[in-house]
Design a protein around this ligand. Sequence first.
Ligand code: HEM
Length: 257
Amino acid sequence: MTTVKVVCHRHYEDENEWSCGNWLEYTLVIVLATILLLGSLGLTLFWVINYHGGFAWQEDPKKQFNLHPVLMVAGFITFSGFSILLYRICRCCRRIYVKLLHTIFHALAIPCVALGFLAVLDSHNLANPPIANFYSLHSWIGLVTMGLFAIQFVFGFFSFLILLCCEGATAGFRSAMVPIHASFGLTTFMLAIAACVTGLTEKVMFKLGEDYSHWKEEGIVVNVLGAILIAAGILVSFAVRSPTLKGDARLSVTERL
Ligand code: HEM
């Protein structure tokens, strides 16, 4: 009796083929997210320069404060947003290059966040009379965001180093860590948006007071900035979670840290 052995070849190329609709979704999400991530930084700069007189360092603590929103938006929103989005933008690069770029973008956020934090601390401590520290909900959300970001970065960085020295032996551990790293990464990004929105509201209330309710131009600019930040948050989490944009397991770049 002869046995017939059926060999099944999977055609990965066919599985990876995208329909017109998939490409449309991909292009729309990536282009829109890019506009929002860059637009939020542009509008923050416009707001601070146009309505708050630009920047200074310790010689003028009031203007030194202005570095805080700009650097926090640059680090936590623009750089971190692109760092997350990279996993969806780069569909054909090797996984290791995407991870390297992901690390570089997050590393670029570190000096922004450190200087942004220093700027707000100085603007409180060097003011005459000094302003109390960490009294507001905004500052608490901000501290949690910075703490989570630091934990995520250290953890991700060491996993990446482990990957470079012993890839095979650590594959199981790294794939078990992916869902945790991805969930906390997205949580940190959303918390950063919450910090920005509360910070913006606080600042505009400090400056405009009662006038905020009178549809002042600056109030509208700040509201639009907040709406852009929220839209960026929705779009980036959609890009990360959408099954279409995630692609198949072979192309997915997030199955191992
Ligand atoms: C993810 C982004 C942000 C983080 C992590 C963050 C973090 C912080 C922290 C920790 C403080 C407390 C400093 C102290 O008490 O000495 C603070 C203060 C402040 N931040 Fe932010 N911030 C962020 C974005 C923003 C933005 C976009 C604005 C908009 C203007 C802003 C406005 C303020 C204001 C007005 C204060 C002083 C009053 C207060 O302590 O609540 N922040 N921020």
